[in-house]
Design a protein around this ligand. Sequence first.
Ligand SMILES: NC(=O)c1ccc[n+]([C@@H]2O[C@H](COP(=O)([O-])OP(=O)(O)OC[C@H]3O[C@@H](n4cnc5c(N)ncnc54)[C@H](O)[C@@H]3O)[C@@H](O)[C@H]2O)c1
Length: 372
Amino acid sequence: MNLLSAAILPLRLHHPDGSTPVIVGEGALSSVLPELEDWLARRAAFLVTTPRVHALHGDRLEVLCRAAAKWVILEVEEGEGAKTVSTAERLWNEMLDAGGKRDSRVIALGGGSVGDLAGFAAGCFLRGIEFVQIPTTLLAQVDAAIGGKTGVDLPGGKNTVGLFHHPWMVVGDTAVLSTLPREELRSGLVEVIKMAALLDPDLFGLVEEELDLLLEGDAAALGPVVAAAAAAKIAVVERDPTEKGERRLLNFGHTLGHAIESACGYAGLRHGEAVGYGILFALRLARRRGLISQVAARIHHLIRRLELPRLPELSAEGLMAGMARDKKARESGLVWVLPRSLGEGWMTDGIPEHEVRGELADFLRDPLRRPV
Ligand SMILES: NC(=O)c1ccc[n+]([C@@H]2O[C@H](COP(=O)([O-])OP(=O)(O)OC[C@H]3O[C@@H](n4cnc5c(N)ncnc54)[C@H](O)[C@@H]3O)[C@@H](O)[C@H]2O)c1
């Protein structure tokens, strides 16, 4: 590895298939271009990206385009619409037609949806070829690009087809976040706050201090936050690579968040914004189970400072049905991830349905009210 500046942190994720360098910080991409050039030399490279991200940041990869024997740009739709079996099939056909082989390379340049799709396409093509994640959203830099989970959606549910396929490298360059709309930064910050609240109190304090700069996409302020959040995610994934236990802590706010997204038809509210409301609700359940009010108020206040868009009118019964359908519902009941204190989380499937229903009806009357 070449010499890295102080703003760039080289992390590493150890997993059952080996280990993946995770290079984060402002300027991370230019710092690893020589390694990526070697990785691509004399091989066909397939760049999976969206027209928008390619127009904004594609020129950063020009030197890689020259290093590869063949450089094929595979553009896909923006957002969740890209994560379909038919898009993956199109990519496989285009890769095959362009002479893709077992030693060909895939590069994902985009948000979590591009990374999930490209990782899935690379993981299945000729039984798996190497790929690199260059995440361009905050959410993808701290969460989606790290941990090897890839996949696409079926009409009946999100992320229902997929596989674990770890990238060869993850490059989270915070410089690319300067073009990200504020709403996308907010959505990613919810995931940062989620990890900080359950895993890293220092990170929580940093986000409290720097929130205004973070919401402006300030690359220097985002650097340490992305690094700490990525490190927190790496630590959890290393302890639980296949999401059988502790990794499920990352679902804080997601039990209700997913049901809200689904009830809104995946439109209107972004994923992170729905999870933000899910966190506010989980704080109420946590308060009833011993979370002290100062900690609940701190988490609540930080989420409120994000100024989430208004929650649409939703019925408690509809959301209860949505949660029951969610793949996280186990036979024994819904699994809730709750904070026990700042930096410590736990999971329970033992909250009675009538309690959840009653709390939810109250929550929907005034979702932003501080938990008592
Ligand atoms: N694999 C995992 O472990 C994991 C974890 C969390 C989320 N996810 C998945 O991630 C996806 C959500 O990812 P996301 O929040 O990054 O959304 P996204 O990929 O849909 O991107 C959001 C929007 O930002 C735009 N964009 C991306 N980078 C940009 C940039 N630098 N400047 C301007 N615009 C830019 C995109 O074109 C898109 O319109 C979901 O499909 C979710 O299931 C996966």
